[in-house]
Design a protein around this ligand. Structure first.
Ligand code: SAM
Length: 358
């Protein structure tokens, strides 16, 4: 039993060694509204926008924490698949307050890493992210990134794509080319997901796609007829958040729905492994054989049947499930069904008649 006084989520966390202290009572809405307006209105792409450590502390306690829930979903999937990065160094690029790097360290244990480097074109962000990480992982070497042109270990990228002009994206792509592993999480909207898909296609010759794709073929969403769809998933907040008065008040005031956070993501591993490493990887990932399918977005429920978008090696297609065929699975589809992967048995009309978890 966990201590009832300690919720399993962060209550507007105090940020040790970082000023100022932020909690629901002390939130400065002028800061939060300005930041959100910049994110939504596109002005965030005009250059560094962090004006003070208070900006970062407010962001870290609120919007970044929501981003952390998306990371939790991705990292939970990787952990369930027994996947872990093979390198001991992390670079969190476009770090902001540094939530992504910290989530990765927590998920895979800081003991498995030698260093965390943070980079952001805002010096305030670099300073905040490094200070916050040192407070949380005192035995880890944490530093601002200085590019020496050397190969990189694990590159962490989070919610930065729609802020990058062409030259910055080129710079990021050159870092990706030198990375051993890339963990990349972005907002789950149509535009950003499509950008990520375009990048995925350019990266597949050099990287193995660990997730979300259940195959290494060209992305099935790029075929005619699939233009309106996009690759996205939903992360739920930790249990308790939706009943927590501080978070509920924050959600109402900020105009954000805390029930589920849409995200798009990519997990890439450099294709430089030896054959034996590759076969070890294949057996490690045997829970996701090429015949498997991943559900994109959410299933739609109608009277007596559900319709879902299934991503498989053969392509992306809309598939139906009659409720009477499998009432349990029909119900399961109302919750987040993006993971695990499935293998379908279909009838002669293409409808699912059996769903096997793989
Ligand atoms: C929406 S915030 C996301 C921050 C953090 N990665 C997260 O997930 O919470 C985007 C971050 O990217 C940074 N950024 C934008 N353009 C950049 C560039 N050209 N080079 C480095 N960082 C950049 C911003 O300063 C900001 O900290």
């Amino acid at each position: 039993m966990s201590d009832p006084a300690t919720p399993p989520y962060r209550k507007f966390p105090a940020t040790p060694n970082t000023a100022p202290f932020v909690n629901c009572e002390t939130l400065d809405w002028a800061i939060l509204d300005r930041l959100r307006a910049g994110f939504l209105g596109g002005t965030a792409a005009a250059g560094p926008y962090w004006q003070s450590p208070a900006d970062l502390a407010h962001y870290d306690a609120t919007y970044a924490e929501r981003i952390g829930w998306k990371w939790d979903a991705v990292l939970a999937e990787l952990t369930r698949r027994h996947w872990r990065p093979r390198t001991r160094t992390i670079l969190d690029w476009g770090c902001g307050s540094g939530v992504a790097g910290r989530r990765v360290l927590s998920a895979f244990s800081p003991d498995n890493f030698d260093s965390l480097h943070v980079w952001d074109h805002s010096p305030l962000a670099r300073e905040f992210a490094a200070t916050r990480a040192r407070a949380e992982f005192p035995s880890l070497a944490v530093a601002e990134f200085a590019d020496t042109g050397q190969p990189l270990g694990l590159l962490v990228i989070s919610h930065v794509l729609n802020e990058l002009p062409a030259d910055a994206l080129t710079q990021l792509l050159s870092l990706i080319a030198r990375a051993e592993t890339v963990l990349w999480v972005e907002p789950g909207n149509h535009v950003v997901s499509r950008q990520l898909i375009t990048l995925r296609e350019t990266l597949t010759p050099t990287f193995h796609i660990v997730a979300p794709c259940p195959h290494q073929n060209a992305c099935g969403l790029l075929t005619d007829g699939n233009e309106r769809h996009w690759c996205h998933f939903f992360a739920e907040p930790p249990p308790g958040v939706q009943n927590d008065s501080d978070w509920v008040r924050f959600g109402h005031r900020a105009g954000v729905d805390l029930r589920s956070q849409a995200y798009a993501y990519l997990v890439l591993e450099k294709n430089s492994a030896s054959d034996s490493e590759l076969s070890a990887l294949a057996s490690q990932l045997s829970a996701s054989p090429s015949a498997s399918a991943r559900i994109l977005g959410r299933a739609e429920h109608f009277k007596g049947y559900a319709r879902l978008l299934s991503c498989e090696a053969s392509g992306v297609s809309s598939v139906e499930l009659q409720k009477r065929t499998d009432p349990e699975f029909y119900k399961e589809l109302k919750k987040d069904a993006s993971y695990p992967l499935y293998r379908w048995t279909r009838d002669d009309r293409g409808r699912i008649i059996a769903a096997e978890r793989v």
